[in-house]
Design a protein around this ligand. Structure first.
Ligand SMILES: Cc1ncc(C[n+]2csc(CCOP(=O)(O)OP(=O)(O)O)c2C)c(N)n1
Length: 566
């Protein structure tokens, strides 16, 4: 038997066979054999050295979310592996296809509290779709094949492969002739035709129907089918935070976002609708508010690839398990043209009144720089140019971005929705920028979240990434928490005022262009300079400090009980 390759070389070869071109990580003792092997295939596998494993994980997520392909991150054992826990949880909550590779102590030391030993497979059981501890190099070709298949198929998600150091060092003749053998894993891609006919009948007869588009529409590439369905039936469409971009928001049938920070007219439409078709959304509590009072008059149709989502949060009359694109295609074959003009006019009237009032209420007089001014300018230039992706972090700025930018294309709005992970935006933008070198990637981030992972600016420089433009919406607070303290905790601002460094100087210290904007008159110029500058940029928008995101549905309340102003 030839003993020409190591387990580590097999790992690299497996990645190449899965058509991986870029991986994000940090080396260390237990993963050193893999890194040694990686040096031998630099021309085929590009490794990005991040500054923190959390950054590596989010970068892989950004790559995956913007391309639909599996993102890959790598860490050593122990603290390297535990630093990946947050991105794994994030990917789990947002159904992001990810493969995380970690080194593990040698098999002979397992369970002995060896140096940098952590039971990472044990830790990540609840936040991975599947995970593996590989102790024998011969298992590697099969495990990698299966891991990539699991990460990308059915409902996508993160998979972890933990490989002992001795398995990486062992020599073997790999067997690449692997047949997948997953008897218990059979995702359903086509919906049940009887249920699809039942859904069509409901949509035909409904007086106040509504379509809610979630992440599944984007994941399955069903945007054309969604548009066709809306245009054939005249049914208005609402888009969840992760559904943004699934339906063009300037379309006459687009209503906007529902939920905790959704628009008043959208939440009212949900409370009034008689048939609700949820395509690829999971009825997250940020969408439903108090679930028992959600859409009380609606007969609910739910299309989801994951059967365990159906009926989990909201009772469903017509469950359709399948891939959103397949199911919508089948549904389209059943649907005759119709219109919903009266219902739409009713919602539009409400929208007009609510948005007029909203505009008046959110603008305190004499405010220096309102966050809304920044978004208005970003929205204008993004839509003018079209060649962009936007990554947002978590907090007030994230909700304003969702509300105030018109999202048109799938995979252009990337955010941490399920886990709500501060620190996501900058490293995720790095992953997006490497996947889309010819587009401009805006990272919109708060002063708090930026400080959680801003060391990845250094990675941008090392990688010569020139297309990331960071817009910090700097309000001197952990803004979203401060807002809750103001509204619901009697203005006791406990641990939310935030001192920050001079962010423009921090950018300059990295050799990047740094700009500071304090006046409304300077917003346009700064945004234009950022677009034009051949290199990554950080803009510190110092905005009015105590501005709130409205509407807001207080925690535990029905979405019918929104606060629209202070
Ligand atoms: C890792 C992490 N820690 C804590 C939180 C809780 N949290 C949610 S929003 C928020 C404030 C965010 O502040 P900032 O980044 O400045 O953004 P802003 O809300 O001001 O736009 C915090 C602390 C979180 N979501 N993630």
């Amino acid at each position: 038997m030839s003993t020409s390759v190591t387990g580590a070389q097999v790992m690299c070869e497996a990645l190449i066979r899965e058509r991986v071109d870029v991986i994000f990580g940090i080396p260390g003792g237990a993963i050193m054999p893999f890194y040694h092997a990686l040096a031998g295939c630099r021309d085929r596998l590009h490794h990005v050295l991040c500054r923190h494993e959390q950054g590596a994980g989010h970068a892989a997520e950004g790559y995956a979310r913007s391309t639909g392909r599996v993102g890959v991150c790598v860490a050593t054992s122990g603290p390297g592996a535990t630093n990946l826990v947050t991105p794994l949880a994030d990917a789990w909550m947002d159904s992001t296809p990810l493969v995380a590779i970690t080194g593990q102590v040698p098999r002979s030391l397992l369970g002995k509290d060896a140096f940098q030993e952590v039971d990472i497979t044990g830790i990540t059981v609840p936040i991975t779709k599947h995970n593996y501890l590989v102790t024998h190099a011969e298992e590697l070709p099969y495990v990698f094949r299966e891991a990539f298949f699991l990460a990308a198929s059915g409902r996508p998600g993160p998979v972890l492969i933990d490989v002992t150091k001795d398995a990486q060092q062992a020599r073997l003749t790999p067997n690449w002739d692997v047949e997948l053998d997953l008897p218990g894993y059979r995702p359903t891609y086509t919906g049940n035709s009887r249920q699809i006919r039942a859904a069509a009948a409901l949509l035909k007869d409904a007086e106040r129907p509504l379509v809610m588009a979630g992440n599944g529409v984007i994941q399955s590439g069903a945007t054309a089918e969604l548009l066709a369905l809306a245009e054939r039936t005249g049914i208005p469409v609402i888009t969840t935070l992760h559904g943004m971009g699934a339906f063009p928001e300037t379309h006459p049938l687009s209503l906007g976002m529902p939920g905790m920070h959704g628009w008043v007219h959208v939440n009212r439409a949900l409370q009034e609708c008689d048939v609700l078709l949820n395509v690829g959304g999971r009825f997250d509590d940020r969408v439903t508010g108090k679930a028992s009072t959600f859409a009380p008059r609606a007969t609910v149709i739910h299309i989801d690839i994951d059967p365990s989502e159906i009926g989990k949060n909201v009772p469903v009359a017509v469950p359709i398990v399948g891939d959103a694109r397949n199911v919508l295609q089948a549904l389209l074959r059943e649907l005759q043209p119709r219109r919903c003009d009266e219902w739409l006019a009713h919602i539009r009237l409400e929208q007009l009144q609510c948005q007029q009032r909203h505009r008046e209420l959110v603008r305190p007089s004499g405010a220096a720089l309102m966050p809304h001014d920044v978004y208005a300018e970003l929205n204008r230039t993004l839509n003018d140019r079209g060649d962009y992706r936007v990554v947002t972090d978590v907090g007030q700025h994230q909700m304003w971005a969702a509300q105030l930018i018109d999202w048109h294309r799938p995979r252009t709005h990337i955010t941490s929705g399920g886990a709500g992970t501060m620190g996501f935006a900058l490293p995720a933008a790095l992953g997006v920028a490497l996947a889309w070198p010819n587009e401009t990637v805006w990272a919109i981030v708060g002063d708090g979240g930026f400080q959680m992972t801003n060391q990845e600016l250094s990675t941008l420089v090392q990688e010569n990434v020139r297309n990331v433009k960071v817009a910090i919406v700097n309000n001197g607070y952990l803004g979203m928490v401060r807002q809750w303290q103001q509204l619901f905790e009697n203005k006791v601002y406990s641990a939310t005022p935030l001192i920050s460094p001079d962010f423009a100087k921090l950018a300059e210290a990295h050799g990047l262009l740094g700009l500071t904007v304090e006046r409304m008159e300077d917003v346009e110029d700064a945004v234009r300079r950022a677009w034009q500058h051949d290199g990554s940029v950080v803009i510190d928008f110092r905005v009015e400090r105590e501005v709130n995101v409205f509407p807001i549905v207080p925690q535990g309340k029905s979405i019918g009980e929104m606060l629209t102003h202070e």
